[in-house]
Design a protein around this ligand. Structure first.
Ligand code: AHR
Length: 497
């Protein structure tokens, strides 16, 4: 089988926002405690943050981190996490049935994020808290001095404002599992009022309203349009969340997760734009895809089955090479919608459905999904090119026929660097010619790939064997194309200059 992926340097969607390569740190399981933070760990710095985790966060290339939840935020009082650590309360976290010790809070997270060069994205609690609490947190973070909350921050050791520019108005408020779950109308009205108050505190901030928790939610579409009717004048983004997994051995549908993500994104864009047209708004609402990943949710027994503990393990999925291929494919979907999807967050960063795993007091390792994410975060620069893909069809039970080959590509006009990301969903090899006639002097720098095997989830030791390996390429006779044979069920990154 053969496929063609045609690139045109002038035909693009504009610049890929670097915030697309974000991740997520929730107070959940071992993401914070024994994840990013573990005083006493041999690699811990003076603030108690694990140095080995920081090194892998840098290697992963994460640009932004969303914090502190997730479902956690809907029961969280941010005041519990500031000031003297000895006096911070131990609270029962209803979302994950844990005892939250509050040893890490807003100031610690901000210090962690800034020192690691990642942009913070903070979520406010709109489940069990309200407008005043949200506005007070913006005041605490962003007002330089002279008010109750800004002076409190300064007394707590942060003399300069944290300057948090990106804020989520709650989390998954459409989900019945959410503490404080409401209707679309109630949430839309609350989000509008919270947004107004938060922006009065700091007019420079950007705001994300909650969209649907997944494409499958019964209120999907209705939720987005109702929320944007009420809050669209006050927000900049609508959120999307999606988790993918292989159901009942249906590998073909799982490999087509990127096609499903495409449909979901296009549905949200259509819905947001329809509301904008009806309301005669000139502003376009863009997308913050602030939770996405592979997550074997069907294996999760539910929080009710969990013992109440302190930083006990929660959803520590082990990933396979197949999962890593799918993560690469999902990133192509995000890049292919870069004109509207401005923010992305791989959920989550450490230990909880994460690319980075740690052992308390001990080792750290990369999951297979680390490698595809890191390759894209490093290479995707500049414009998102419109790729014209001609490929054989690939039948799936869930999504019908999708192309056997999926592609995305970026081009940085300043450096001339090009990156092409290719997924072969088929169970046989496919030879692809990447046509690049407008790229004079194209020189392939590398082609690295990962093939899915049948070895299933990788434990710590076997995860260490996973890496991207070189794939042969050849120049087309006319010099205007590059040909490579994609192995079955594989993902490839081609870099050219
Ligand atoms: O990432 C795990 C959980 O998934 C988050 O807390 C929630 O927002 C989503 O349902």
């Amino acid at each position: 089988d053969a496929a063609i992926v045609a690139l045109d340097r002038e035909h693009h969607r504009g610049v890929v926002d670097r915030r697309l390569f974000g991740s997520f740190v929730e107070h959940m399981g071992r993401c914070v405690y024994t994840g990013i933070y573990e005083p006493g760990h041999p690699s811990a710095d003076a603030e108690g943050f694990r140095g080995d985790v920081s090194a892998l966060v840098r290697e992963l290339g994460v640009t932004l981190v969303r914090y502190p939840g997730g479902n956690f935020v809907s029961g969280y009082d941010w005041r519990d996490g500031i000031g003297s650590r000895e006096q911070r309360p131990r609270r029962l976290d209803l979302a994950w049935r844990s005892i939250e010790t509050n040893q890490v809070g807003t100031d610690e997270f901000m210090s962690w994020a800034r020192a690691r060069g990642v942009e913070p994205m903070l979520a406010v609690n709109l489940g069990t808290a309200g407008v005043l609490d949200a506005a007070a947190l913006v005041e605490y973070c962003n007002v330089p001095e002279g008010t109750e909350w800004s002076e409190r921050r300064r007394r707590n050791g942060a003399d300069k404002p944290h300057e948090v520019k990106l804020w989520c108005l709650g989390n998954e408020m459409d989900g019945p599992w959410q503490t404080g779950h409401t209707t679309a109308e109630q949430y839309g009205a609350l989000a509008a009022e919270a947004a107004k108050a938060m922006r009065l505190v700091d007019p420079e901030i950007e705001l994300v309203a909650c969209g649907s928790s997944s494409h499958e939610m019964p209120t999907f579409g209705y939720w987005e349009s109702s929320v944007l009717e009420l809050a669209g004048d006050y927000v900049d983004y609508i959120s999307m969340h999606a988790y993918y997994e292989e159901h009942d051995g249906d590998r073909a549908s799982f490999l087509a997760s990127g096609a499903s993500m495409d449909d979901f994104i296009e549905g949200v864009i259509a819905t947001a734009d329809a509301v904008g047209v009806r309301r005669r708004r000139t502003k376009r609402i863009n997308i913050s895809f602030d939770e996405w990943n592979v997550w074997y949710q069907s294996r999760y027994p539910g929080s009710e089955a969990m013992p109440i503990d302190i930083a006990g393990p929660r959803i520590e999925d082990q990933y396979s090479t197949l999962d890593a291929v799918v993560v690469g494919d999902l990133l192509s979907s995000l890049i292919n919608h870069a004109d509207r999807v401005k923010i992305g967050a791989l959920a989550q960063l450490v230990n909880v459905i994460a690319p980075i795993m740690t052992e308390p007091g001990g080792a750290i390792w990369r999951q297979p999904t680390f490698h595809t994410f890191a390759a894209v975060a490093a290479a995707a620069r500049g414009n998102s090119l419109v790729t014209r893909v001609t490929a054989p069809g690939f039948g799936t039970r869930r999504y019908g026929e999708v192309p056997a080959v999926a592609a995305s590509a970026t081009h940085d006009p300043a450096t001339g660097d090009v990156a092409v990301f290719l997924t072969n969903r088929a169970e046989h090899a496919v030879t692809v010619e990447v046509r690049h006639p407008g790229f004079d002097g194209w020189s392939t720098v590398s082609a690295l790939h990962l093939s899915a095997d049948d070895r299933g989830p990788r434990e710590r030791d076997t995860a260490a064997d996973v890496r991207l390996t070189p794939l042969a390429t050849s120049a087309s006779d006319d010099g205007r194309g590059t040909t490579l044979t994609l192995p079955p069920h594989s993902w490839t990154a081609v870099r050219a200059a």
